[in-house]
Design a protein around this ligand. Structure first.
Ligand code: OGA
Ligand code: MN
Length: 207
């Protein structure tokens, strides 16, 4: 597999995303990059219990989510490679759909047995500059840890089993979603393409 394989020139994928606001892209990550990122998440990342929104109350957070995360610092070759791929995807989405995506932020996430993330939205209108959510799965999970995507009427749209190398892409404000309780260890990279919120030339502080 080479880098060209991730260029999304596949009409089916693009039209799926365009029609539904979400899609799953199988084999998005080149295998060697997938392996490097998985090794980094497993052995080198400094994963700490994740926060929720602005609330910093640890007990409350534990009711909502139990994954451990580490934000990218862009210091390793694997992280740089991943960020390049996402920059390419950003350009492609902007060209195709005029989304005005401005930047991208992401973190490693690890769910171990018993960990979950309750049903939630990643963004709320006017309160966030997150436009699109991405989730790259770094290992294939046999049991537990499915991503459940919900429709506007609260119906279950899809139950997605994490598959190494696949990428889920969806509109952050539009889809509630949930991570079911993990059984096997589950490694991923959750990321967000964002609009620029700067006003009057002030720099938009990230996060
Ligand atoms: C998140 C999230 C989904 C997943 O990190 O906000 O919803 O499948 N992740 O890991
Ligand atoms: Mn989410």
């Amino acid at each position: 597999m080479n880098d060209n394989s991730i260029v999304i020139d596949n009409d089916v994928i693009l039209s799926q995303f365009y029609q539904h606001g979400w899609t799953v892209i199988a084999d998005f990550l080149p295998e060697n990059l997938n392996r490097q990122l998985l090794d980094e998440a497993r052995f080198n990342a400094d994963l700490t219990p994740a926060g929720v929104g602005r609330a910093r109350d640890f007990t409350l957070n534990r009711q909502i989510r139990r994954d451990k995360t580490q934000w990218f610092d862009g210091k390793t070759a694997a992280q740089q490679h991943y960020l390049q791929l996402m920059q390419r995807l950003q350009q492609q989405l902007n060209r195709q759909f005029f989304l005005g995506l401005f930047d991208f932020e992401c973190h490693f996430a690890c769910y171990q047995q018993g960990d979950f993330y309750q049903k939630h939205f990643d963004a709320f209108s006017g309160r966030s500059n997150r436009v699109l959510t991405t989730v790259s799965y770094l290992n294939t999970v046999n049991s537990g840890g499915e991503l459940v995507m919900y429709g506007a009427d609260d119906s279950v749209l899809s139950v997605i089993k994490p598959q190494a190398g696949s990428l889920v892409l969806f509109e952050s404000e539009r889809f509630a979603h949930q991570v079911l309780t993990a059984v096997d260890d589950r490694y991923s990279i959750a990321g967000w393409f964002r609009h620029n919120n700067s006003i009057n030339g002030a720099i938009d502080p990230s996060r």
